[in-house]
Design a protein around this ligand. Structure first.
Ligand SMILES: *Cc1c(COP(=O)(O)O)cnc(C)c1O
Length: 417
């Protein structure tokens, strides 16, 4: 089969997966363990000498199909599916860092990741934050203790854009891998590995699943980074696996031992969701751009969206992203009271903490997802008390515009007066 198919054809047909009985989707292998004909076979599987399934905490055929699809999508070398996006991030990082090591990360990270980095302090791993997401700022914070650089393609809710290619160059200059969280952008907008990222993580609870029915995550190893096994001593015992050392260590260690596995049922939902990722993202990006322009130009609001010329990140967005600018739009409404009034009066959007659904979602980040962050962390994440975040869905755009128009006219005529 051709590996150069377009985005949507690839999602439906690549890679080729042999499903039993000619079934067109990979069935849910709802089995905790897998039997074998003899002890020799099981011995080989347990000693990485033969492929095969033994126990679902380690691997499972439905989950394996999902990993292969995501791996193809992200142009990776191998992928590991996890129980959540946070589990994927934890595993991707702790697989290579030890007490005394440092991480250099963008300051505009997802709140959960910032909190995870706070937790890592307890294990002796410190994070230094780049407040201004530009490549030279990363370089300033790299020390001889730095073991990885972490960034998000599109920061949420700050909506800043990482220049992946340039940040990767900085990291590689010091022989450090770059990990990119691609959740908000998805492979529809950019494949970070093709720009030099070494490991990509996705919370597949969002756009990849696409329908808000499963918490899940995945990490994808790019296969290009050359490990210095003296600098990363934890990987040394796995050196013999060559390009696979990072993933073999994970599967034989932390991933297996933290029980971070994805359930087969959730992998099944994700496999279904993946089929329409391209269609949904196209529609979501079109809707988000139109809604952002409408709110800025017609409603005269203070809107942030990487696709708007007014965004300070528009230039980097044009360089890094293809096909669109994503589905997240934020608006500042002058006060927390206004923000609450607007959120509470909208008829279509659901008020909840999630992104990447088919339905439009809205939230006040400062009092919810960012509530555990310090004041300084909030500012760095682009969180303000008058800001609302909209995760644009696939509804008819005229209906969304009508909903926002009537609410803003009613409530916010004060604004701009
Ligand atoms: C949601 C999210 C996560 C965490 O994913 P879960 O699946 O909720 O654990 C990580 N990073 C980003 C950018 C996210 O949006």
């Amino acid at each position: 089969m051709n590996s150069e198919y377009g985005f949507n054809t690839s999602l439906l047909h690549m890679p080729k997966i042999d499903n039993p009985f000619g079934s067109t989707t990979t069935p849910v292998f709802q089995s905790s363990a897998f039997k074998h004909d003899d002890s020799e076979t099981l011995e080989k599987i347990f000693n990485n000498k033969s492929m095969g399934f033994s126990y679902t905490r380690i691997s499972n055929p439905t989950v394996d199909a999902f990993e292969k699809k995501v791996n193809h999508l992200e142009k990776g070398f191998a992928s590991v599916a996890c129980a959540s996006g946070m589990a994927a991030i934890f595993n991707a990082i702790v697989n290579i860092v030890q007490s005394g090591d440092e991480i250099v990360a963008a300051a505009s990270l997802y709140g959960g990741t910032v909190e995870l980095f706070d937790d890592l302090k307890g294990l002796g791993i410190t994070t230094r934050y780049v407040t201004n997401n530009i490549p030279s700022e990363y370089e300033k914070l790299i020390s001889n203790k730095t073991k990885l650089v972490f960034a998000e393609t599109i920061g949420n809710p700050k909506l800043d854009i990482t220049d992946i290619e340039e940040v990767a160059k900085v990291a590689h200059k010091y022989n450090i891998p770059l990990i990119v969280d691609n959740t908000v952008a998805t492979a529809y907008l950019v494949r970070p590995i093709t720009l030099g990222a070494d490991i990509v993580v996705n919370s597949t609870s969002k756009y990849i699943n696409g329908h808000s029915n499963s918490i899940s995550g995945v990490l994808t190893w790019g296969g290009n980074f050359e490990w210095d096994y003296e600098k990363y001593p934890g990987l040394k015992p796995y050196k013999k696996f060559g390009k696979m050392s990072y993933v073999v260590k994970l599967r034989n260690g932390l991933f297996r031992n933290t029980g971070a596995c994805l359930s087969p049922q959730n992998a099944f939902y994700n496999n279904l969701g993946l089929e329409t990722l391209g269609l949904r993202m196209q529609r979501i990006c079109d809707n988000a751009l139109e809604l952002a322009r409408f709110l800025e130009e017609e409603m005269k609001l203070k809107v942030s969206y990487p696709g708007l010329v007014s965004s300070p990140y528009n230039e980097t967005a044009q360089k890094v992203l293809k096909n669109g600018y994503g589905g997240i739009v934020t608006v500042r409404l002058g006060s927390k009271e206004n923000a609450y009034k607007v959120i509470n009066s909208l008829k279509i959007p659901f008020i909840l903490s999630n992104i990447g659904d088919t339905k439009t979602l809205v939230i006040h980040p400062e009092s919810t997802i960012a509530t555990h962050l310090s004041q300084e962390e909030k500012v760095q994440s682009g969180v303000y008390d008058d800001l609302i975040r909209i995760s644009v869905g696939i509804e008819d755009i005229e209906d969304l515009k009508d909903d926002f128009r009537s609410v803003i006219k009613q409530i916010l005529m004060i604004y701009g007066e």
